[in-house]
Design a binder for this molecule. Sequence first.
Ligand code: BG6
Length: 486
Amino acid sequence: MERKYIFPDNFLWGGATSANQCEGAAREDGKGWTTSDTSLFIADSKKRIQQMLSPMTTDKVRKALGDTKGFYPKRQGIDFYHHYKEDIALFAEMGFKTFRLSISWARILPNGDDKHPNEKGLQFYENVIDELLKYNIEPLVTLSHYEFPLELSFRQNGWASRKTIDAFEHFVTILFERFKGKVKYWITFNEMNVIGMTGYLSGGLLADKYENPDNPNQDYFQAAHHQLVAAAKAARALRSIDPEAQIGCMIVRFENYPDTPNPLDVLASLKSDQENFLMSDVLMKGSYPGYSKRLFAEKNVHIEMTKEDLEILANYTADFVSFSYYMSGVVGGTNSEKTTGNILDSKQNPFLKKSEWGWQIDPVGLRITLNKMYDRYQKPIFIVENGLGAKDELTDELTVHDTYRINYLRSHIEQIGEAIDDGVEVIGYTPWGCIDLVSASGNEMSKRYGFIYVDIDDKGQGTGKRYRKDSFAWYKNVIKTNGESL
Ligand code: BG6
């Protein structure tokens, strides 16, 4: 018998993007420089991801800002800044109920902590939000997605400084006041649990300014603590300015299986979960979990936290939990064969196929993760990223036959349906890069996720025209039938 999946009537189907990967217009209308503006396109694909994960220094940043020869894809994006009306019309045609975007902090406060906001920046986002609301699409807004105002890196080493909490509170207060009644769903930090790997991009950390150059973990975890306090302060501000709105935390989920039934492998998997859930545990439950003591001791980390920090964390927990999920991994054991993955490499799982980028495709892992998270938090869950990065080919009929993407998404949505049947409260699903955009790790256009093809290549050449892929009509039907047509 054919299996039918029942999604809630108000399920938020949609798509996700980030400002730094799609807007472009890096220097337009008063925007300040951000960490993502220094990501250079590197021709050798094997070296690309290293750039994202390598520490940056003041000198390297200054050099990138003054470089007139290299190509920096995120400064151009897909020019969503000028195409947003056309793009949103396409999302509306697919029937999106929600659209995840992020706001570039430096577009609002070019130096990160300016007293008065840049009106042109605010106006741009207001135009985007109004355009979405015109089609009854709920904006889902991330306050910080893999970019940070560079001025605050130079001055106070980004999130390593406690002063950055105040700057962020000021930034988000401006947004909550301006978009009160228009934005119901906010997310504080994108994938905040991997600041140890994306310390520069998301934390604005410069290696030459580390407090403990011998143990960068100290700076990473102190910065993460400041983000946690800032997230709780954002929740406090939102509750007083717009009590109807909700704020969520967001992590990248690594479902890491034990390599064998050996209890040591199972323990390795449990430890991987603990490290993976640390940030969401704090923000969903209001305090650092018991296991954090040992984790910090093992990493030789001593976090400075005040009584006020602990109070604010306890009093302003998040309303929902959200996460990105692309793949699963394996830990422990003796298997030494590795494959690449989202941010982290993993051991190979012989039961899974891989994407062209080596990420292990595992729809059932999504169901497992959803169940685990719901058991842990008992709060609504928003899946705010999922998808298949692939090389697409535009045909002569100006479309892309992306059956591989449809298969990936179908199998994952089916598992969301299963998890809902398991009793998990899933409120929405926004596949990543619903329109092709610059890849975060590779800084390239060749790795595409979208339902909409954008005619721009790795070097930024192309017409910029948008074309509907086969997955466009497929997803439109999924939304129209609320998942029944899977
Ligand atoms: C997530 C990020 O980790 O993965 C996105 O939040 C990113 O910004 C996405 O684009 C996919 O990764 P990539 O490297 O394929 O673009």
